[in-house]
Ligand binder design. Sequence first.
Ligand SMILES: NC(=O)c1ccc[n+]([C@@H]2O[C@H](COP(=O)([O-])OP(=O)(O)OC[C@H]3O[C@@H](n4cnc5c(N)ncnc54)[C@H](O)[C@@H]3O)[C@@H](O)[C@H]2O)c1
Length: 458
Amino acid sequence: MVSRAGSFRFGIIGCGCIGREHINNIALLDSATVVAVADSFEGSRKACCDLLHQLGMMETRILEDYRELLQMQDLDGVIVATPNHHHIHVIRDAFATPGIKGLMVEKPLCTTMEDCFEVLQLVAQHPEVVFWVGMEYRYIPSIDRLITQVHSGAIGTPKMLSIREHRFPFLQKVGNWNRFTSNTGGTLVEKCCHFFDLMLHIMEAKPLRIMASGAQDVNHIDEVYDGRQSDILDNAYVVIEFEGGGRACMDICMFAEASRHQEEIACVGTTGKIEAFAPAHGAETDDERLPNFIIGTAPFGEKRKISDEPPPPIRPQEMHVAIDERLMKAGHHCGATYYELEVFVSAVRQQQKAHVDAIDGMLAVALGLAAHKAIDEMRIVSFSEMGVDDWWGRRHGALTASADVNENAHKKASLALGKTGSSQKLLEMQKDLPMDGEKQTQVDGWELSMRGQRQPSK
Ligand SMILES: NC(=O)c1ccc[n+]([C@@H]2O[C@H](COP(=O)([O-])OP(=O)(O)OC[C@H]3O[C@@H](n4cnc5c(N)ncnc54)[C@H](O)[C@@H]3O)[C@@H](O)[C@H]2O)c1
C-alpha cells in the first residue's frame, strides 16, 4: 500500500468508464486516495479491483450497495458516476446521510427539470456540502485557456461562439443504458450538456431563445434491447440567442470518426477571435506539432475602416497548450479530469464554493432539454419555458431580470459575476501573449509554446 498519510479520502459510486478514469487521476494527485468504491455490477467491481491493485490501493473497500459507502464516516469526497437517470437517487440518499463533505456528481446533473429542481432545493438546505457537477471540458487545457482569455477581454465583447464536436458513436455501456433517451435525457443532454455549460460560462449571459434541428440518422438504428429500439439522436445543430446580443451554435455529429480534432471551439468578439481544439478522446499522446490554441486580434480595435478592397490578412498566433503525457494516459479528457479533481479537493478542504455548482448543472440540462423540445416540436423554444427564471434571478439578480437590455448588458453582467477571479488576474491575462514558438508561463499556470507544459503535482 502506498503511504498516503493525511490524504484526501475519496469514495466512488459507479465504477464504469468514467469512475475508473477518476481513480486513475486520483492516483496522480498529491495526497489523495480511494478508500471505497461501490458498484451494483460484478464486472465493474472486478475491473475496478484490478485497477486499484495495479495502482497500489490494496485496502480500498469494494461494495455492492452504494448506501453502505455513503454511511462511511471517514470520507472527504464522494464521486457519483452511475448512469444519468440514477444520479437523483444517489443525490437524495447522500443528502439524507449526515457527514458528507464534498459531493461531485458526473454530468448531466439529472435527466429532467423536476429532478434538477429537487437537487437545487436539497443543495440549498445543505450549505455545509460542497456540491460539484462534473463538467470536465472546462478543464481541458486549451479550452481553459480560451475561457480565461475571453473573460480577460482579449477579443473585446464575445458575440459569436461556435462549438463543434465531430466524433465516434456512443460507446457500449453497462446494461446499454446510454441507448435510450429515457435514461440519458437525450443526446443533447447526455453529451451536449458539456457544450451548453461552456456556452453559459463563456458568454456569461442569459439564453433567450433556442432553435435546433437534429435526428438519429446513422448510429444504433438497428439496435433493439428487450424489444425496445434505441432512440438516440446522432447529429444536430443548435442555435442559441443570448441576452445582450450574443449568439452560439453547437454542431454535433457522432459518425465523424475521421476528424482532425474532436472538439473545435471558436469565439469571435468585437476585436478578435480565439479558437481552441481538443484531440480525439482515444488519443493517448499529445501531438505538440498541432496548434490547439489560436488567437487573432485586430490592431484597429473596434475602429474598423471598410474600403473597396479586401483588407490585408491579419495572421493569428498559433500555439500549443501542452498536456502532460501521464495525464493523457490517465483518461480520455486530455488531463481535464486531473485538473478538475485538483480544484474539487482544494474546494472541499477549504470549504469553498464549487466551480461548477448545481445551478450550472441545472442550466446545462435545461438548454439540452430545450434543444430537444425545439427539434421535437419544430419551433423556437424560449429558455423561460424551462422554468429557470427564478433560479437565474437568484444567481444573477436584477442585472438580467429584464430581456430589454442594451448593448452593454453583457459587459456589465461579466463584471458583476466576476467569474474570472481577481482584478489582478484580469490585468495579468491582458499582457501580451508569446510569439509563435516562444515559451512563456502565464499567470494561470499554463506554459504556452510548442513544447511547454504544466506539470501535475507528482
Ligand atoms: N464528464 C465526462 O466527461 C463523462 C464522461 C463519461 C461519462 N460521464 C458520465 O458518468 C456517468 C457514468 O458513465 P460511464 O460512461 O462511466 O457509464 P458506465 O456504464 O461505463 O458505468 C456506470 C457504472 O454505474 C454502475 N451502476 C449502475 N447502477 C448502479 C447502482 N444502482 N449502484 C451502483 N452502481 C451502479 C454500473 O454498473 C456501471 O459500472 C454518466 O452519468 C455519464 O454521463 C461523464
